[in-house]
Ligand binder design. Structure first.
Ligand code: 4AD
Ligand code: MG
Length: 443
């Protein structure tokens, strides 16, 4: 059978086509039945015109939304407005039917309701488009990184270390007899990726990561995907250059390859979406130090719920103020206080800050978190002591600084935050097929 996506691009009428899909709507007259069918290959449905001559015409007339059909017939020019082709059916096989208990009705359902039926929501136009975007975004990332000479490294999901040191580990087993260690789900593949950057040069890892964060927000999930490039012979400045190119190129890929699906979001979800993306593509991202960021926030005199203060992490409201009110474009904030960042970040000459960078973008807040890594063995050991990390457990990591250590840098981009950016969808729960956010584990 042929995909609707291909049929809609036909240059001439075609006879003897077979299409398999699901009924969106069914309208009847005495002599004809009009079925809108969709097969998930694209947003558009194909209109099937079934004549009364069909043996099972009466059964066809009773088809409800969500039923599965296989239609054979001819692709002909459609007299109806807004569509070039329709399928004149010679045969409609009813594969299976829904009944009136089917939860998806023709009306528009709220995102909140659809979250309660996450197993059915990809059947709606919005969510089918969103999950096609999600699929394409993965390809965009892999293909850009490959073009740039990166190798994809599969880093482990089960781990004994806490990369971010934030104590947000999901425990798999404590004192596993298999490993004689406590075993956790990984929060980031970075430490393992570093080992490979220090021999393959440019690598990335792209997979699921897990955080037992208690933040019940529209931007945090307990299970999400992260893409983490890691580059040898690269300092913080070059890391920011690369992160900017990476974001622009992957957004460009989406705009160029996902037109019809993305249009749906500009029409029904966020009318500002095209402007937001144009702005990202057109602008040179701002770069300010953490100290400058705090000064700007304090001097603005804005009444934030969390008072900005040197030494504390930026809150989402601060991130949005900087990107939406002050600069009106993406902003890199670099050189954070050493005390609030993980042990692996490179200590700056001032001894008080580290070579960290976060990329903040309008509407999303933090899209990327990264840094130049501490490549000096003695400083790294000192940092580990300060963080209370056991050098026995991290002997393998320290080896990379003992043997052939070089300046290197990398970052992690939250894949769901990227999807929120390119779709305008404002809740992370809606860009994940089966979200793992507080309270949702049943699917
Ligand atoms: O800033 P984070 O914690 O950085 C790291 O994990 C580094 N080890 C990455 C690296 O340098 N290789 O996380 C990186 C990004 C954030 O900027 C954000 O986009 C996303 O991951 N992120 C989350 N996304 C969804 N839900 C959560 N709970 C997230 N926590 C972080
Ligand atoms: Mg971060």
């Amino acid at each position: 059978h042929t995909k609707i996506l291909h049929l809609l691009k036909a240059k001439t009428p075609l006879s003897g086509v077979r299409v398999c899909g699901w009924v969106k709507t069914c309208r009847n007259s005495k002599a004809l039945s009009f079925l809108e069918i969709n097969d998930g290959s694209c947003l558009q449905s194909l209109q099937v015109v079934a004549p009364a001559q069909l043996d099972n015409f009466e059964q066809v007339q009773k088809l409800l939304s969500g039923s599965a059909v296989a239609v054979s017939g001819d692709l002909v020019a459609s007299p109806a407005k807004g569509q070039q082709w329709e399928l004149a059916a010679r045969r409609v096989d009813i594969v299976s039917r829904t009944d009136e208990t089917y939860p998806l009705q023709k009306k528009r359902h709220s995102d909140e309701f659809l979250r309660t039926i996450a197993h059915l929501r990809p059947r709606t136009n919005k969510y089918s488009a969103l999950f096609r975007l999600r699929s394409e975004a993965g390809f965009a990332i892999h293909s850009y990184l490959r073009d740039q000479g990166f190798f994809h490294v599969h880093t482990p999901i089960l781990t004994g270390s806490d990369c971010e040191g934030a104590g947000e580990l999901f425990s798999v087993t404590s004192r596993s007899p298999l490993f004689d260690r406590d075993v956790f789900l990984t929060v980031s593949g970075q430490l393992a990726a570093e080992m490979f950057a220090l021999c393959l040069g440019r690598v990335y890892t792209f997979g699921p990561v897990f955080r037992a964060e208690h933040s019940n927000t529209a931007r945090h999930a307990a299970e999400f995907w992260m893409v983490e490039p890691e580059i040898a012979f690269c300092n913080l400045e070059q890391n920011m250059d690369f992160a900017q190119a990476f974001v622009k190129q992957t957004v460009t890929h989406m705009v160029e390859n996902c037109g019809p699906d993305m249009d749906l979001f500009s029409r029904f979800v966020d009318p500002e979406l095209p402007a937001t993306l144009d702005n990202i593509l057109a602008s040179e991202f701002e770069r300010i130090s953490y100290k400058t960021a705090i000064d700007l926030l304090v001097r603005s005199g804005t009444a934030f719920s969390f008072t900005p203060e040197y030494g504390n992490d930026l809150q989402t409201e601060h991130e949005r103020y900087l990107t939406e009110t002050v600069f009106k474009k993406p902003v890199f904030v670099y050189d954070y206080p050493r005390a609030i960042k993980p042990f692996y970040m490179r200590v700056n000459d001032d001894g008080r800050t580290v070579a960290a960078m976060d990329l903040l973008v309008p509407r999303i807040g933090e899209l990327i978190g990264g840094s130049q890594r501490e490549e000096r063995l003695d400083v790294l050991e000192q940092q580990m002591d300060n963080s209370g990390l056991s050098k026995d457990h991290y002997g393998w990591y320290l080896d990379s600084r003992r043997y052939g250590s070089v300046a290197h840098s990398g970052f992690g981009m939250g894949f769901e935050r990227f999807l929120m950016l390119v779709s305008g969808v404002s809740n992370i729960r809606d860009v994940i097929p089966f979200p793992r956010t507080p309270g949702t584990i049943e699917f």
